[in-house]
Unconditional design. Structure first.
Length: 137
């Protein structure tokens, strides 16, 4: 693998982790939103990743990360009996998202660390290329 491939692989990982951070922050921002119906209640979203594979002469190699899509969580929504709330339904319930703040914080930390690691990989590859160029001087 050439050092130039490292930039493509790390770049795709950075894009994936950026999407993961954005999705997580959206979940956290909507964690306390309230709705009067189950159908209009925010549901937690999570990106789905897969390796980008290149096949060359029958040999498969991972060449990055691709985003397959963003899926909504199947976890049940939270309902709370609060008949005094202005958005309560006819039975007195308000509906809240299925966002688990602890899981979202852990996911945010994991994505942030992964992002930092990929920046480190790119920085190291850049330094190696620069030193290789300096050998000829």
């Amino acid at each position: 693998m050439s050092l130039f491939n490292v930039f493509g692989i790390s770049g795709s990982a950075l894009q994936a982790q950026t999407l993961r951070l954005n999705t997580t922050s959206s979940n956290m921002a909507n964690a306390n939103s309230v709705s009067s119906s189950i159908g209009s209640t925010y549901r937690a979203r999570h990106p789905v990743f897969a390796p980008m594979v290149s096949e060359f002469a029958g040999d498969k190699k991972a060449v990055g990360v691709k985003v397959l899509g963003i899926v909504e969580s199947k976890r049940p929504l939270r309902s709370e009996y609060n008949p005094e709330h202005p958005l309560a339904d006819e039975e007195g319930y308000i509906h809240m998202p299925n966002v688990n703040m602890i899981e979202e914080m852990a996911d945010m930390i994991s994505a942030s660390r992964s992002y930092q690691s990929n920046i480190e990989v790119m920085t190291t590859a850049k330094k190696m290329l620069m030193r290789t160029l300096q050998l000829g001087q």
